[in-house]
Design a protein around this ligand. Structure first.
Ligand code: SDX
Length: 410
């Protein structure tokens, strides 16, 4: 992992030829900026120098959130102060809650999806945040903690409205005596989760928290780079993350597994029926959700961590909404993974085990990507703070492929 010590050279204008020489569609392989927050390499993933397996094993999501936002591991007193601040900020402004309640019919009918309602709710959070127009470091940090605290409350209230239930924890934003990950599940269900379930969600939030210049983080940095505000930059990040090529893949990966299970049946797992399904998908050039990665070509370091945790809870033979024993989803998923690796040399990314794990925990599929947001808000906020603190407008060139110059009245 390189650590930049000399200041970056003053940028100089490059010639069109030089620029065209480095052109890559989708900025593939192009370094588009610097960051001290995260380093991704084929050999590893580090948040501010701490390796992801170390964090998943030994940290909590609140500690990782503090690390990403403040830049160092919190002391015991810093952590308890941080947790208290976030708990105090969990409740929503009535304008946000009434917006969510007003969307009940649209959400329940599926005409509106949770990711879009979440994006709109974050915009309303901005309208009601006294620091909204202030891009200073202290104000951005205050807004980061408010967003970190309130996004799980929005997700929980959305689920209550979809279920036609009364809002859980309206006054306090949940149960102030339980930690962040457990409170997220409590807000959605009204039940305090078993310790094992709370820890699995907690680790999934650690794994999803940050990933350098991924599409949604880069979107947030481009918006912040114009000196627009944090809520606007985060709203853009949510819109980018929704896409099925990005965060939306965790929902699509589970829908794909449900499609395969429907087509081959539980008895088809482990048989040629799954191979035939996959070969048909290959023949039709179908993108299989939860597989592949723009950067990782030898596997996503996060995927095996979450797969193992999810499989452990599935072996307790939890029953799923579909009635299939949870372990069957992992057996099917592992067969799909093996075929992808053997036939395409394509590895699963973190979204593939996420789908099976959240499904085993009974989390509704349309909430998977919103939960991704509840975690990635820490990475986005850290990058927005970093961009505002040392800004340069992000404005790349383009390669013209249109008409040659011509006269309007030619
Ligand atoms: C996330 O960037 C990040 O860090 C993102 C993320 C984060 O934490 O922020 O890690 C989170 O977004 C993970 C990715 C989730 N998306 C998916 O699972 C969607 C499915 N995956 C693919 O669409 C694809 O793998 C991408 C978009 C993730 C990456 O695609 P690239 O780098 O643009 O690679 P490509 O599409 O050019 O694929 C190269 C080849 C192609 O074959 P050919 O056309 O050259 O013959 O591999 C094939 C692709 O068809 N391929 C796939 C595939 N992924 C790549 N074939 C089938 N299924 C797939 N999933």
């Amino acid at each position: 992992m390189s650590t930049a010590t000399t200041p970056a050279p003053k940028p100089t204008a490059v010639s069109k030829e030089q620029a065209e020489a480095v052109f890559a569609k989708g900025l593939e392989g192009i370094i588009a900026g610097e960051t001290a927050i995260c380093s991704i390499e084929q050999g590893g993933l580090w948040y501010r120098g701490y390796e992801i397996h170390d964090l998943a094993q030994n940290a909590t999501f609140e500690e990782v959130a503090f690390l990403l936002l403040e830049g160092h591991k919190p002391s015991a007193s810093e952590l308890s102060r941080f947790k208290a601040e976030v708990i105090a900020e969990r409740p929503l402004h009535p304008a946000v809650t009434s917006f969510i309640e007003s969307m009940g019919g649209y959400l329940a009918s599926g005409r509106a999806v949770p990711m879009d309602i979440l994006r709109s709710a974050i915009s309303i959070l901005g309208h009601t945040d006294p620091d909204c127009q202030d891009n200073s470091g202290p104000a951005n940090l205050r807004k980061s903690k408010r967003l970190l605290a309130k996004i799980p409350t929005i997700i929980g209230h959305m689920q209550n409205v979809i279920d036609g239930k009364a809002i859980i924890g309206r006054e306090l934003g949940g149960d102030p005596t339980i930690d962040h990950a457990a409170n997220l599940l409590y807000l959605m269900t009204g039940q305090k989760p078993a310790k094992e379930y709370a820890r699995v969600i907690d680790v999934s939030l650690i794994l999803y928290a940050e990933h350098d210049y991924n599409a949604s983080t880069f979107t947030s940095r481009v918006i912040a780079g114009t000196l627009s505000d944090m809520h606007g930059a985060v709203s853009g990040g949510v819109a980018a993350l929704k896409g099925s090529l990005h965060g939306g893949a965790n929902e699509m990966a589970m829908e794909m597994l449900k499609e395969i299970m429907h087509d081959v049946g539980e008895k088809g797992i482990g048989t040629k029926a799954v191979d035939d399904w996959m070969h048909k998908a290959f023949d039709t050039k179908r993108k299989l959700m939860g597989f592949g990665h723009r950067v990782y070509k030898n596997g996503d370091h996060r995927a095996p961590i979450l797969h193992k945790l999810g499989r452990n809870i599935a072996t307790s033979d939890a029953k799923n909404p579909g009635g299939h024993p949870a372990i069957k989803w992992f057996e099917l998923g592992e067969q799909v993974q093996k075929i992808m690796l053997d036939k395409k040399t394509i590895h699963p990314n973190v979204d593939f085990p996420c789908g099976m794990t959240y499904f085993t925990m009974g989390i509704p599929v349309p909430q998977y990507t919103p939960i991704f947001v509840a975690s990635r808000i820490t990475g986005w906020a850290a990058h927005i703070i970093e961009q505002h603190a040392n800004n340069r407008l992000i404005r790349p060139l383009s390669k013209y492929t249109g008409e040659a110059p011509r006269k309007w009245n030619g």
